[in-house]
Design a protein around this ligand. Structure first.
Ligand SMILES: [Zn+2]
Length: 239
């Protein structure tokens, strides 16, 4: 059982988007797991075995309780009922209170499909008449992070103290990123400067709330706020 389940299409999607928030939650005593919906076997660089070892190492760096992969098909993620039931069963087994996944619209169709199947499975997992190996459980909320295409966040999380850990976890995926002298084909991720762009996004979210680094999330249901003054504490001088 974990408090949070982060689910995405490809190994490394989590590290590039919401890993800082997971680390911050872990520092508050929350537990989290990572579920990759594919093994990244269609990745232009590196092979599946390399990516699996990298994914395991990154999860250790972040402090995940577990990391698992399903096999929904990289480069054509299949949103079948069969896959939805497999996903529902992991959600029911782990009983997360919060699910994080990619926003169900993106440049990469796998990210869009992942967001859709996770959102739907998290809901269906609460219907007790749908049978899988574990009893019904519905997370309290599914929240979404942006991958390539940016979406206006409903809220942002200060991850400044977790940024170094997030950076080390990203660097665990060395087959995917820029390596001087590499003879493997260039991809969006392997362009020189890609990691700086992703870090720049965290800086941009941070700028929005007056901290160095933050991660943004979209939630269809707005978070319940007790004290609207306290949540903007300290913003007056600079904003
Ligand atoms: Zn991806």
């Amino acid at each position: 059982m974990v408090d949070v389940l982060a689910i995405a299409a490809h190994p490394d999607d989590i590290e590039l988007t919401c890993a800082g928030t997971l680390v911050m939650l872990a520092r508050r005593g929350r537990t989290f797991g990572i579920l990759d919906l594919t093994r990244g076997e269609m990745g232009t660089r590196g092979d599946a075995a390399t990516r699996e070892a990298e994914a395991r190492r990154a999860a250790e760096i972040l402090g995940a309780s577990f990391r698992e992969a399903l096999d929904f098909g990289d480069g054509g993620l299949v949103q079948s009922r069969e896959n939805e039931l497999l996903l529902m069963d992991v959600i029911r087994r782990e009983k997360p209170r919060l699910v994080m996944t990619s926003y169900p619209d993106d440049r990469h169709p796998d990210h869009r499909r992942a967001g859709e199947i996770v959102r739907d499975a998290a809901f269906y997992a609460g219907l007790r008449r749908i049978e899988t190996n574990h009893p019904a459980h519905r997370p309290q909320q599914t929240i979404f992070f942006s991958t390539a295409w940016l979406h206006a966040p409903t809220f942002v999380v200060d991850v400044t103290p977790a940024m170094e850990t997030r950076r080390r976890a990203m660097e665990a995926f060395s087959s995917q990123f820029h390596k001087p002298g590499s003879t493997e084909p260039q991809t969006v991720l392997s362009q020189r400067g890609f990691l700086q762009h992703m870090e720049g996004r965290a800086r941009h979210f941070g700028f929005m709330i007056g901290v160095e680094f933050a991660e943004g999330f979209v939630s269809m249901r707005p978070p319940k706020i007790d004290d609207p003054i306290a949540i903007f504490e300290g913003a007056e001088p600079g904003f």
